[in-house]
Design a protein. Sequence first.
Length: 224
Amino acid sequence: MAKGPTFIILLGPPASGKGTQAAQLREALELSHVASGDLFRENLGNETELGLKAKEYMDRGELVPDDITIAMVMDRLSRPDCAGGALLDGFPRTIAQAEALDAALTTQGHKIKLVPNIAVPDEVLVERVGGRRICRVCGESYHVQFNPPQKEGVCDRDGGELYQRDDDRPETVRKRLKVYWKQTSPLIDYYRDQGVLAEVNGDQPIEAVQAELRAAVEKALRVF
Ligand code: ADP
Ligand code: AMP
């Protein structure tokens, strides 16, 4: 394994498979999985002030303001389980968030090692979102057709109840895709310019995407 903590950012539009791929990759790399959407949903479940504030934006398919999001993720990254780095999923989503992350890592003498960009056509994303089911306990992502749990409606990992996210409704999904193209897709060039971007074809079976991802990780970190 390359020296220093390993920070990897999974980039890609909503429902491109970031969470699904992270669940497999984090075990192989022994990295903490930090998903900003999961953190917001956890806060919402606990009815914290942060969660209730975030809900207003999530329900509309908009991004939660940068200051709130950056503070939440930085707090998460400061915990001991992220001392060895993290697999970031859903963060950063704006240039301002990316710059804040860079600044924080630079202060600690660290940097981002790899940014796989999981590309999937919009029409495939809309189809995936319709069948997505999420565990209420751990946030693990399933699909009724493409990645079903062993027992319908129940998480394989912890037996938690699976549910359909409010913001996975078709009208909200269309808004989220618009927001992605406008506010998040500029990060592809941002990280390409830093020399850390790796293109991954997300429009193939889950295992094939994982294989491409691992090849990119191997190349960047010299592991596996
Ligand atoms: P993201 O974290 O990027 O929002 P998810 O990992 O939750 O995306 O995946 C979105 C939905 O698509 C889930 O229902 C998941 O089971 C399904 N999915 C993920 N990857 C694939 C794939 N390669 N092929 C088909 N379905 C997939
Ligand atoms: P996700 O689970 O990644 O699909 O995120 C669900 C929702 O949470 C998004 O549609 C946003 O409203 C909010 N969210 C998650 N991550 C971020 C982020 N990095 N910046 C702003 N909002 C976010």
